[in-house]
Design a protein around this ligand. Structure first.
Ligand code: SAM
Length: 350
């Protein structure tokens, strides 16, 4: 067999692009942490000297950072003026943390993947899981920063209204649980939008719950409380609504978590299960979104599940068919896909 030069060059070209993406990842978190994107996006156009002065940073580093950003297509470079600027689109993705398409957060989570690679090597050999809490701490903030813009943009305006009768209950005053709430981005958004309702965020990761308490204080919401517990063990009952945001597939026993939710709901209560978007078969997930989610799944979701009892390890690309089987096996009678985005499936169970 001989190597096809064209195919080889095509593959190498792709890998050079990937090399640039992988090497530039830390520069995205640096730009976000130091406010470089924000300062640049708020100005018309800046030299590296001007951006460094505005952000209290060092010009030589900023000049190199700007060059890498321009080569990535994340900022624009005007060679005649030797100045840099950001378009509206670049600002939406990198410069505005409140934008629904802000993508900087995910790169903090990706930082943790590189830091935790030695643990994954061992897990591949031993078959053991890795607990969510055993990852580097930037994963927890990164997950919050990655998901928050989408929750801000979709949860109250489209996901909750897609469910049968839930918004009316929340307006009138409902008892709600947010299971696997992490830093509680979703819990706090709902609590702010529905002040007559009471929310409890539950997560088995104590450090995340401590952060959730802080976030609720900062947000000034008083209709939330938090508890460290697993999805199968919380004793609270009589909920009108229970939500799972991007966590059911991380659980060792998602069937058990659904069964527990079912018995914790009032007879007319319902569940919303937000999961990563996926089609039902691998061949239909071989696309950019599937690629990113299979990578997170291998490094975070499957190890998290394997670390728990049962260890079903649905993975982040389980797809609607498997999720439906799981949720119905937990005792729910009714299941439907209520909404979707390019990144999420919004499932309803009653
Ligand atoms: C991908 S994070 C999502 C966090 C949060 N729901 C969000 O959307 O930002 C998954 C969360 O599920 C939690 N988790 C995993 N297994 C759990 C279990 N069995 N019981 C409770 N929480 C669990 C983890 O601690 C983690 O906070």
């Amino acid at each position: 067999m001989s190597i096809n030069e064209d195919k080889l060059n095509e593959l190498l070209g792709k890998v050079v692009t990937e090399m640039g993406a992988a090497a530039n990842g830390p520069l995205i978190t640096v730009g976000d942490t130091l406010g470089l994107y924000k300062a640049l996006s708020e100005a018309d156009a800046l030299t590296s000297d001007e951006l460094a002065a505005k952000t209290n940073t060092t010009e030589r580093y900023v000049r190199e950072w700007l060059s890498a950003q321009a080569a990535s297509g994340y900022v624009e470079y005007n060679a005649e003026q030797d100045k840099f600027c950001m378009t509206e689109e670049q600002t939406a993705v990198f410069g505005d943390s409140k934008s629904p398409v802000c993508m900087t957060g995910v790169f903090y989570a990706i930082t943790s993947l590189y830091q935790d690679e030695p643990k994954l090597v061992e897990a591949f050999k031993s078959g053991e899981g890795i607990s969510w809490g055993d990852h580097s701490t930037c994963l927890f903030c990164g997950t919050e920063k990655f998901f928050s813009p989408s929750y801000e943009g979709n949860l109250v305006s489209s996901w909750l209204p897609s469910l049968d009768g839930v918004v009316d209950k929340l307006k009138n005053g409902a008892k709600v649980a947010d299971i696997g709430c992490g830093h509680a981005a979703s819990t706090i958004i709902m609590a702010k939008a529905f002040p007559n309702s009471q929310f409890i965020g539950i997560d088995y990761h104590e450090v995340s719950i401590q952060q959730a308490v802080e976030r609720a204080k900062e947000a000034g919401v008083t209709n939330v409380s938090f508890k460290v517990d697993t999805a199968k063990d919380y004793p609270d009952k009589d909920f009108d609504f229970i939500a799972f945001f991007d966590c059911l597939h991380d659980m060792g026993d998602p069937v058990g978590a659904c069964a527990h939710a079912k018995q914790a709901l009032k007879s007319d209560g319902s569940c919303m299960i937000v999961e990563p978007f996926a089609n039902d078969s691998l061949k239909d997930n071989l696309n950019p979104v599937g690629r990113a989610f299979y990578a997170f799944s291998t490094q975070l979701c499957v190890p998290c599940s394997l670390n728990q009892e049962v260890g079903l390890s649905l993975g982040a690309q389980a797809g609607e068919k498997r999720l439906k089987e799981t949720i119905l096996a937990g005792g729910f009678d009714h299941f439907n896909r209520a909404a979707e985005t390019p990144f999420n499936l919004i499932l309803e169970a009653k």
